[in-house]
Write a protein that binds this ligand. Structure first.
Ligand SMILES: Cc1cc2nc3c(=O)[nH]c(=O)nc-3n(C[C@H](O)[C@H](O)[C@H](O)COP(=O)(O)OP(=O)(O)OC[C@H]3O[C@@H](n4cnc5c(N)ncnc54)[C@H](O)[C@@H]3O)c2cc1C
Length: 470
């Protein structure tokens, strides 16, 4: 649903009645990041209101590059690179005469490694998608001017133009209002909200109290401009935060899990900034001597395995992998790296259709049985608690396994990305809604895997009786 509070429509009688008095989440800013956040929340069934002071997204935004991770997050809201006229880049080159070049080719995790996209097209596509969602109120021409933290909500004040003011009560507020974020300024003044924020100088912001205001993307940090990955980094914030908020709003997780947003995302963002500075030093060294040494070293590394592939495919780019956060501590013998993203690959269903594996895992938690029907190892009560927590069970079999086992509803791993490369037949894994690995082990231990995973949500398992999706 969308509302335009521009002067041209402001005289419509009853317009204000259309605006809700209370919402679950208020998203400030409908740039590419804010619109993605609003779409993600609406997809989880959260009542979200997304506002922007501008009527339309700026057309002067230039072309930007998005990597496969960013495209994978857009996939979560049903948007593919074909929807916003992206052009896959066969070669991306960062070049200086003495330095040589990085070049990247190919697909990764179901998407081109890099695409070039007009940011305005992407924002337009995201807003269109949001308009179609009944859970979302999109209000343009509305400027956030202030907010106040109450015991169990935030009261946000909006300026609708022509002296009109409007207050909305929201359980949570997400600031996606860009590099000059007003929300961030208000927090700096008041130091009253639980935030995730850091500026370009690596100085921590004050964080206290209520866990109700969150900063994301450019509002939270400004990475060095030569990296050109700010939007991609912000999209990781979106994927990490939105499902946690949804689960807390649905009372299917304790609000404490929201602390893991900061815990998980801050190190990645720090690493991105460090990487940006490293690239700057490589590409534009301040002094000739160290510059020549650096260039020579990089040229040398390109001759020594495995560095050529590593450099060419930007393997040095920091990955969204967590050391601490919402996943079960890694134990000896476990095969998948807890706290890292599950790879994505093509899978084929019993009816012959080919899909991307994230789509098959769905929008909630997933328990994957590799080459085995893991549900046969689950007690009824644990299976019910998992389903209530928004969990689904998926079987992935190796290519051709269908020929010798009865595997209805199973998905063949067409590119052998999981079996046997990562795990063996008889293995199981628990995956978060943002496709981060929580736990893994033998499928015969499925009850333990689910129990230990659900415990992380901070609620007793027998509390999880009512289905998340109603
Ligand atoms: C030249 C250039 C090249 C870039 N190239 C790349 C690239 O290749 N890849 C990449 O990933 N990133 C790139 N970036 C970064 C990327 O463009 C930004 O990270 C991205 O635009 C940030 O999106 P955002 O939604 O967080 O903020 P913004 O796009 O700034 O959106 C913020 C929105 O909030 C609204 N707003 C602000 N204050 C209020 C308020 N008080 N009330 C209501 N609304 C408000 C604004 O109107 C605006 O629409 C580039 C940036 C630049 C400048």
């Amino acid at each position: 649903m969308s509302t335009n509070v521009d002067a041209s429509t402001s005289c419509q009688p009853g317009l204000h009645a259309k605006l809700p008095q209370a919402v679950d989440v208020l998203v400030v800013g409908l740039g590419a990041l804010g619109a993605t956040i609003a779409n993600l929340l609406a997809r989880y069934g959260v009542h979200v209101m997304a506002i922007d002071k501008a009527i339309d997204s700026p057309t002067m935004h230039g072309a930007i590059a998005l990597n496969n991770d960013a495209l994978r997050i857009l996939q979560m809201i049903g948007i593919t690179e074909r929807d916003f006229d992206a052009t896959a880049m066969p070669h991306v080159r960062m070049r200086r005469p003495a330095f040589g070049k990085f070049s990247m080719v190919n697909n990764l995790h179901g998407h081109p490694k890099f695409v070039s996209v007009h940011q305005h097209d992407l924002e337009h596509c995201l807003r269109q998608q949001l308009e179609r969602d009944d859970c979302a109120d999109m209000v343009v021409g509305a400027t956030l001017t202030d907010f106040a933290s109450k015991q169990d909500c935030i009261i946000a004040t909006l300026d609708l133009g022509h002296g009109r003011r409007y207050s909305v009560e929201t359980r949570y507020l997400i600031s996606a209002d860009g590099a000059h974020s007003l929300v961030r300024k208000l927090i700096e003044q008041n130091s009253k909200a639980r935030i995730f924020a850091q500026d370009g100088n690596h100085e921590d912001m004050e964080s206290t109290a209520s866990r109700r205001v969150f900063l994301a993307g450019d509002a939270a940090y400004t990475a060095p401009p030569w990296l050109d990955q700010d939007l991609a980094t912000g999209l990781h914030d979106a994927a990490n935060l939105c499902w946690k908020l949804a689960w807390v709003i649905y009372d299917h997780a304790d609000a404490q899990i929201l602390d893991t947003y900061d815990e998980e995302r801050r190190p990645h963002m720090n690493a991105m900034m460090g990487f940006g500075n490293f690239i700057r030093k490589c590409v534009t060294p301040r002094h000739r001597g160290p510059g020549l040494i650096m260039h020579g070293l990089l040229r040398l590394l390109r001759c020594v395995s495995p560095w050529p592939t590593y450099l060419q495919e930007l393997g040095i780019n920091p990955r969204n992998i967590f050391r601490r956060g919402l996943f079960v501590k890694q134990n000896k013998g476990e095969k998948l790296a807890h706290g890292s993203p599950l790879p994505q690959t093509r899978v084929r269903g019993s009816d012959g259709t080919t899909r991307l594996s994230d789509d098959v895992l769905g929008r909630g938690f997933a328990l994957i049985g590799f080459g085995v029907d893991v549900s046969s190892f689950l007690d009824a009560s644990i299976a019910a608690a998992f389903a209530a927590a928004g969990g689904s069970i998926v079987q992935i079999i190796h290519r051709g396994q269908r020929l010798h086992v009865e595997a209805h509803g199973a998905w063949e791993d067409l590119d052998s990305a999981f079996l046997p490369r990562l795990v063996s037949v008889g293995w199981a894994a628990v995956i978060r809604p943002d496709k981060i690995i929580i736990h893994d082990g033998p499928a015969t231990d499925a009850n333990r895997l689910i129990r230990e995973s659900l415990t992380l949500l901070g609620l007793p398992i027998n509390f999880l009786k009512f289905s998340l999706w109603g």
